[in-house]
Design a protein around this ligand. Structure first.
Ligand SMILES: [Zn+2]
Length: 487
């Protein structure tokens, strides 16, 4: 990870996770009853706006895994947990970050990031769910807002200054932004925006109820705590999550007692969990392919049908990575005999067809799935890439435009649209796609430039002109909102 990425992350961590050595008794005096605090200072609407700004920053600075299968998997898991939560006031969105340090974080506006190391360390889905459930609870209980409010009482100026400097970076001017950012790091170090021990206890307690009520095994929580403690028992350097969430014997035993209050469930291994893990391990963990292969054999060694299937899937990905597309093809076809519509397989088969220089076969397969699973992100993004390869720009643009109507924050979709219109030599939609892409990263100045260029090129089509002018107005508004973002 580059130093810049590290500092970006540490800002986030210092504002969201780092726990303080305040005594629990002290907190009782400082914090009002649950749910009543922070309401006056920070409205939900503002939390969402700040969350959006942070998310823009993270898109550019963190190695977010932009893989439709991983994205779908982690959001599906997270939203199953959110469905059981009370006090859900914001939409939720989850993403995975390629990072081999154990960590997870949640921040304003229901945004939750999970490092890939968590998924690789977890042996089953309930263990992963226990981390996600804990983070969801920090958001629903508004722990961050309450911590900020508590800090603001002692140091009102700095919080506003910190958020303003984040807003400044987001508002464009990357150079000025970076300087502002350094200041904000210095400021954030002086701040005590921390989750207290009582926040952590509450996140553990409510988090476990979420996993139990969403049909996961509550034992996943104590098991995963135990695993983290064992893994880092002799470590000289603790990962941030263990510094902010120390896994003490007491915490493990408290969690075990809580888990015992729910019926234990003996669940079969989740195939999607194992396939997502295989994919992270082979495609995103940046390990030497031989190392990944050895790890896959170890991680999928259990004698269940699901583990064997995941190992085969890992072997297909390994073969493809080693340039042995024919071997990968055989394995995927075998897997599809049991489960022909599995999107993990469809995605890999599409890559295999491209590697075998058979894009038309990939297109035929994906056209079929596009009919039966309309607007599915795995299908649409693969199909559009294949159509780009086949130079079928019109159809590619058509399915992508429908897709971004549903998911306007899909950076990959806008980037594909930009590429398609570039290849097709269509300046106006190319500028528009680039503008939307830039706006996702908070670069409204760049986005506006693209839209002005498009506007100059437009003919007398009044409807298109009006649409473009409306978008220019919106971007200006969003830029100004970002500049004025303060608590
Ligand atoms: Zn926590």
């Amino acid at each position: 990870m580059s130093p810049l990425k590290k500092t970006m992350l540490s800002l986030l961590l210092s504002t969201t996770l780092v726990s303080q050595s305040l005594s629990a008794a002290n907190n009782i005096h400082r914090l009002p009853e649950l749910g009543t605090a922070a309401a006056g200072t920070l409205s939900i609407e503002k939390e969402i706006r700040i969350g959006k700004a942070y998310m823009m920053m993270l898109r550019g600075k963190l190695p977010i895994i932009n893989d439709p299968l991983i994205d779908e998997y982690i959001n599906d898991l997270g939203l199953r947990l959110v469905a059981q939560a009370n006090d859900v006031k914001t939409p939720f969105h989850f993403f995975m970050v390629e990072n081999d340090v154990i960590n997870a974080f949640a921040f304003f506006g229901g945004n939750g990031g999970i490092h890939s190391a968590i998924l690789l360390l977890a042996d089953n889905e309930s263990e992963l769910a226990s981390v996600v459930g804990h983070e969801i609870t920090h958001v629903t209980q508004r722990h961050l807002a309450r911590s900020i409010e508590a800090s603001q009482r002692s140091n009102p100026a700095t919080i506003a200054a910190m958020l303003a400097s984040v807003a400044l970076i987001m508002a464009g001017a990357p150079q000025a932004g970076l300087a502002g950012f350094q200041t904000s790091i210095a400021l954030s170090k002086q701040l005590a925006i921390n989750y207290t021990r009582s926040n952590e206890k509450e996140a553990d307690r409510i988090g476990i109820s979420l996993i139990a009520n969403s049909a996961f095994d509550p034992q996943g929580a104590p098991e995963f705590f135990k695993k983290m403690a064992q893994n880092y028992r002799y470590a000289t350097k603790m990962p941030p999550m263990l510094m902010s969430h120390p896994v003490t014997e007491q915490r493990i035993s408290e969690t075990r007692i809580r888990a015992a209050g729910y019926a234990s469930k003996k669940l079969p291994p989740s195939l999607n969990f194992l396939l997502a893990k295989a994919r992270i391990l082979i495609r995103f963990a940046h390990k030497d392919i031989e190392v990944s292969e050895t790890l896959a054999k170890k991680k999928f060694a259990e004698n269940s049908k699901e583990h064997k299937t995941a190992l085969s899937y890992a072997q297909a990905l390994i073969a493809l990575k080693k340039g042995k597309a024919n071997i990968a093809y055989k394995i995927i076809n075998q897997l599809r005999q049991e489960d022909a519509n599995n999107l993990f397989y469809i995605d890999t088969l599409s890559d295999i067809y491209l590697a075998l220089k058979k894009p038309q076969e990939a297109a035929d397969m994906l056209a079929y799935f596009n009919d039966i699973k309309p607007n599915n992100q795995v299908v649409v993004l693969n199909y559009a890439s294949v159509l780009l390869e086949l130079k079928q720009y019109e159809l590619a643009a058509k399915i992508l435009n429908r897709y971004v109507g549903d998911r306007p924050t899909s950076a990959i979709a806008w980037s594909l649209l930009h590429q398609i219109h570039k290849e097709a030599d269509q300046a106006v939609p190319r500028n528009i796609a680039r503008a939307e892409q830039m706006a996702l990263f908070g670069d409204y100045e760049g986005a506006l430039k693209q839209l002005y260029s498009a506007h100059n090129l437009l003919g007398k089509d009044e409807l298109s002109q009006a649409r473009l002018e409306a978008r220019i107005k919106q971007f200006k508004q969003m830029r100004d909102d970002l500049k004025n973002l303060k608590i």
